[in-house]
Design a protein around this ligand. Structure first.
Ligand code: COA
Length: 635
């Protein structure tokens, strides 16, 4: 029995950008949703936007239910009382004005049932103060979604001074039922995790420019090409709106957060140059409102050391940890899922080395004369203890020593007795090109010959395991060539199925089409909660061509396999677990450690016995019981 099983009706107050998105998420997650706003036009507009978005998600097969069925769960009204009466959970998403929010919470307290939890989607206002307008501050909580809510997988759950533990747990559980990853913010600090980290990145970037150390272009090139951020720092400000950051930074400063008051942002804000929406910000956009990726040459990053961009954000993370506001896993999850970074900010810290970060902060503090760049005592203490990160084997995380061999699209990491094979085309969601497959085949051969390696873990870099066969390699190919490609791919899956060491598939994100077929050939499939799997080939007018029709049916039975293959639907990790496409689901922050532990357990077993068991089981699946038993006895 879950803590939130009684929640049936959700009320959303405010139908704007965030409100309508939150209502959509709640509705496609199966809840009855009532939405309130002050004008009919706002409500109509919200319903149109929700339908448009649901149509899109449905066409991508990310929601399976019929759009009309989901829409039927959403009711709108101008009558506040009608909306909130009987609500089990309320999410408020009105403009960021404290008096307005307090007034709303006062009325919510009067009109909703005693058990109802009242959540605010504020990004900058204090939860404790909002809660003070009610007689149930223990049931008031922050629930901060990211824009757009249906696509952004993160929710920050914030504890006000009086929020109870049970309210926190229920809100986190509900966020999970919405298909989101929740992170806990244990104290009501301005900006929570993501905005605090991001504003440090922005203020450092800004200082580098205003001090004459770098150009805007150089900073953005370093962010994109050296740190692998999805966008440059100034590009992101343009994309999300310079006005938005200006307001968030001002609200944080008003609440006492010491942060470099960046003149570049102020200047743009005062000129009304907000970025994409006005056609001009730090870059220019020919049609206002339409984002076009600014051209930033790679070479612009040559003279800039990206450590100066991230050091202050790492300092902020150290503050959050040392004050008990957030733990390291949640901080990294928040930076990956809220900002789209390929790894958590603390992983960057460990990779650059904490001594390097502390030195960079000292230099920044000295040159700028600003105290907010000074290294936090927590970081200095880590350095004093020799916890420097990857190079010392321990920083925020522990690092077993390893050696790497890099090919164009594959990395082999030898971490004896485990070998990790990393599919490394993150910008193409690790699509399986002929080149990648041939490197994978070579990697497998090398690992098989290596006596120090007992177990193999195969996974993808970035947000995908693999989104399938590279569709570009099919363009204009003859049926004959397609058959060759299919056969070669089948050979690799066979090689894995009959590999002489156990192969674990660590499904970190999308495993679609050929990506799923690759995963099917392994001995085990351990999936992150963020994984999405499926066989979407039918939507392209083809069928799985790397033994997917065969292995999937053997794994989950013919009817279920037919359902997966005929519909081409995508399944989330828990749906995949239920039908047997994966064996285990793990929160993303624990995926690597869980998989490593499992691999190490297997590595302790006698290799020849493992091999005998594997062959007896695999070959036995292809034959009758008697031959299968004979196989067993011969070994
Ligand atoms: N082959 C080649 N490139 C692929 C690919 C594939 N199977 N899947 C994704 N990519 C590329 C995209 O073209 C894009 O590259 P670009 O930035 O240079 O344009 C990049 O990976 C990111 O993908 P994108 O579609 O922008 O990400 P998204 O988050 O919007 O959507 C998916 C993710 C997985 C839903 C979507 O990429 C998809 O449907 N991919 C195809 C899956 C498929 O049909 N596989 C079976 C092929 S047999």
């Amino acid at each position: 029995m879950g803590l939130t099983d009684h929640i049936k009706k959700i009320a959303v107050i405010g139908a704007g950008t965030m409100g309508h998105g939150i209502a959509e998420v709640a509705a496609y997650s199966g809840y009855e949703v009532y939405v309130y706003d002050i004008k009919q036009e706002f409500l109509d507009n919200a319903l149109n936007r929700i339908r448009w978005s649901l149509d899109k998600l449905h066409s991508k097969r990310m929601v399976k239910e019929d759009v009309d069925t989901i829409m039927a769960r959403i009711k709108t009204s101008l009558d506040f009382e009608e909306v909130v009466r009987d609500a089990d959970f309320v999410i408020e998403a009105v403009p960021e004005k404290i008096e307005l929010k307090k007034e709303i919470f006062k009325r919510l307290d009067e009109l909703t049932p005693q058990h109802a939890i009242l959540a605010t989607n504020t990004s900058s206002l204090p939860i404790t103060e909002i809660a003070s307008a009610t007689n149930r501050p223990d049931k008031v909580v922050g629930m901060h979604f990211f824009n757009p809510p249906p696509l952004m997988p993160l929710v920050e759950v914030i504890r006000g001074e009086k929020t109870s533990s049970i309210t926190m747990r229920m809100t986190i559980e509900l966020a999970k039922k919405f298909g989101k990853q929740a992170v806990t913010v244990a104290k009501d600090v301005p900006g929570f995790i993501v905005n605090r980290i991001l504003l440090r990145i922005m203020s450092s970037a800004c200082w580098l420019v205003t001090s004459g150390n770098a150009s805007i272009e150089a900073v953005d090139a370093a962010a994109r090409y050296k740190l692998d951020f999805p966008m440059g720092v100034f590009e992101l400000a343009d994309y999300s709106g310079i006005d938005v950051f200006y307001y968030v930074a001002s609200a944080m400063a008003e609440r006492g957060t010491k942060i470099y008051d960046c003149p570049l942002f102020k200047e743009k804000f005062e000129k009304g140059e907000y970025g994409v929406k006005t056609g001009k910000g730090f870059y220019e956009y020919p049609s206002p409102g339409k984002y076009v990726k600014p051209e930033i040459p790679k070479e612009a990053a040559e003279d800039i050391n990206p450590v100066y961009i991230i050091a202050s954000a790492i300092n902020e993370a150290a503050y959050l940890i040392s004050e008990g506001i957030a733990n390291k896993y949640d901080i990294d999850k928040a930076t990956m899922l809220g900002l789209g970074y390929p790894k958590g900010i603390l992983r960057y810290a460990d990779e650059y080395g904490l001594d390097t970060i502390v030195n960079a902060l000292e230099e920044l503090a000295r040159e700028s004369g600003m105290d907010d760049f000074k290294p936090h005592p927590y970081l200095k203490e880590m350095v004093n203890k020799g916890l420097l990160g990857v190079k010392s084997g321990q920083g925020f995380y522990r690092y077993p020593s390893y050696e790497e061999e890099k090919m164009e699209n594959i990395i082999i990491r030898y971490e004896k007795p485990i070998a990790w094979i990393l599919l490394n085309r993150p910008n193409k969601l690790n699509a399986l090109s002929p080149k990648l497959l041939s490197e994978l085949s070579t990697a497998l051969d090398k690992i098989e010959e290596n006596d120090d390696i007992r177990v193999v873990i195969l996974t993808g870099v970035g947000r995908a395991f693999s989104a399938g066969a590279d569709v570009n390699s099919f363009v204009g190919v003859t049926p004959f060539k397609a058959t060759i490609y299919s056969r070669r791919f089948q050979e690799i899956t066979n090689k894995i199925e009959y590999f002489t060491k156990p192969v674990i598939m660590m499904i970190n994100g999308f495993a679609l089409g050929g990506g799923m077929e690759l995963a099917l050939s392994g001995d085990f499939r351990i999936a992150s909660e963020l994984a999405m799997v499926g066989q979407p080939e039918i939507n392209l007018g083809i069928i799985p061509g790397a033994a997917g029709t065969q292995r999937l049916a053997r794994l989950i039975g013919a009817s279920k396999a037919k359902e997966v293959i005929y519909t081409g639907d995508m399944y989330n990790a828990y749906e995949a677990l239920e039908i047997g496409m994966v064996d285990k689901v793990v929160p993303p922050e624990h995926l690597e450690e869980y998989t490593r532990k499992f691999a190490l357990k297997l590595a302790e077993k006698p290799p020849l016995a493992l091999l005998a068991a594997k062959y007896a089981i695999q070959l036995g699946l292809e034959t009758d019981l008697w031959h299968g038993e004979a196989l067993e006895s011969r070994r």
